[in-house]
Design a protein around this ligand. Structure first.
Ligand code: ATP
Ligand code: MG
Length: 386
């Protein structure tokens, strides 16, 4: 059997009414966008999409693309044929010839006009297959191959044996847009992936401190952005020159507070950019207690500079190993561990404060006389990478 279509199943079935139509439209757009370099037809059959007329040589590439589309729960390569008993029988004979070991037939009769009941039809087809290949045996409970025959209302029958799981979640773009604070590390790309999975489309912001940090560090961030884009669609990246601000912090502020203040300034800039580009949330890769700058006190002090946007921290309750596993699964890990310096490691204090206070942070920050000007300059010199 050569499967000639791919059936796509999508989730979040509790969605109702207009909402549901909206979600389906965005999902459809995302599928078309993700497969824009391939030729194919796409049609909708009650609660599923069917992709057909694609080039068989591109099947594997298409499947890899489909695996990364949020909102899809699973998909199956399938054989599509007109609902005619003789045709189904013939197709199953072909399958029988190529099959080994134990099997069962599972008929799902959505089309009640089809004259034979599901179980009866399964038994009938099973018998035909056994006749065709005497090495086969039926095992209803633990078969090596479950052959599913779906008889749909649209006059077509689908025969399939494989269910490939996808990521689930919501179609990207259905939940608005978020600004991901993207470092070159392991955590922030995972955070972006997780929020995109809940339907946010992404912009990203990266702070770099050239020449203290290398151009390779920036290249690394570009690579991470590209890997994420397979899941999220296009990400507009803002690269903020952060060197002068870091120097000013280094010269003026108490060493233990340097990271706290750096984070506060990053968040201020992020909020301004988020608002300018219609992002409704800021996303970070913070995880509670992971490092000194991510204690409850540190998060309180940095969080307090953001005036009116929520900060999403999808990794807040996760262990590093859990985060690394996701990073591996989504394909960002190998890039994230490349050894290029991040701006956080420049002028790193020996003992960063673990329990900062807002009062002390403000006091230290005020020592930078021209902070507003430096922020404005940094924003004016942002490089935008589409
Ligand atoms: P990551 O692996 O994402 O770098 P981390 O464990 O190294 O995280 P920190 O370096 O303390 O943690 O950074 C916490 C969060 O702050 C990051 O997850 C990221 O969202 C943001 N961040 C840190 N550095 C940068 C940067 N240079 N540009 C943009 N965002 C950053
Ligand atoms: Mg980091």
């Amino acid at each position: 059997m050569k499967e000639n279509v791919i059936i796509l199943r999508y989730g979040e079935l509790h969605l109702k009414g207009n909402n549901r139509a909206y979600f389906e439209n965005v999902l459809l757009k995302n599928i078309k966008n993700s497969l824009k370099n391939y030729t194919f037809d796409l049609k909708k059959i009650s609660g599923r999409y069917v992709i057909s007329s694609f080039n068989q040589n591109e099947y594997n590439q298409i499947v890899e693309k489909l695996k990364k589309i949020f909102g899809l729960v699973s998909f199956s390569p399938a054989y599509e044929l007109k609902t005619e008993i003789e045709q189904i029988e013939n197709e199953c004979k072909k399958i029988a010839k190529e099959l080994n070991g134990s099997f069962r037939i599972t008929t799902k009769r959505a089309d009640k006009k089809f004259p034979i009941k599901s179980d009866e039809f399964s038994a009938h087809i099973g018998g035909i297959m056994l006749n065709e290949n005497s090495n086969l045996k039926v095992d209803l409970h633990n078969p090596e191959t479950n052959i599913i025959i779906e008889i749909r209302e649209n006059g077509f029958t689908y025969i399939l044996t494989k269910i490939i799981h996808a990521h689930g979640g919501m179609p990207v773009g259905t939940a608005g847009k978020g600004l991901l604070m993207l470092s070159g590390g392991i955590d922030s790309p995972v955070a972006g992936y997780m929020m995109a999975k809940r339907g946010l489309s992404l912009c990203a912001i990266h702070f770099h401190s050239f020449p203290y940090t290398s151009l390779q560090a920036k290249e690394k961030v570009l690579t991470l952005k590209e890997i994420l884009e397979d899941y999220t669609g296009k990400i507009k990246l803002f690269v903020v020159p952060f060197t002068k601000i870091q120097e000013a912090i280094h010269i003026n502020c108490y060493e233990e507070y340097m990271i706290t203040i750096m984070r506060r300034i990053m968040l201020r800039i992020a909020e301004k950019i988020a608002k300018k580009y219609n992002c409704g949330a800021i996303i970070t890769g913070e995880s509670l207690g992971q490092v000194a700058s991510q204690t409850l006190e540190s998060i309180t002090v940095t969080n307090s500079v953001v005036e009116s946007l929520p900060i999403f921290r999808p990794l807040i309750g996760m262990d590093k190993t859990e985060i690394m596993n996701i990073s591996n699964d989504i394909g960002t890990y190998e890039t994230s561990i490349l050894p290029y310096e991040d701006c956080c490691t420049v002028f790193l204090p020996k003992n960063p404060v673990i329990k900062p206070t807002i009062k002390k942070a403000k006091y230290e920050e005020d020592k930078i006389g021209n902070l507003d000007y430096l922020i404005e300059q940094a924003i004016n010199n942002i490089e935008i990478i589409e």
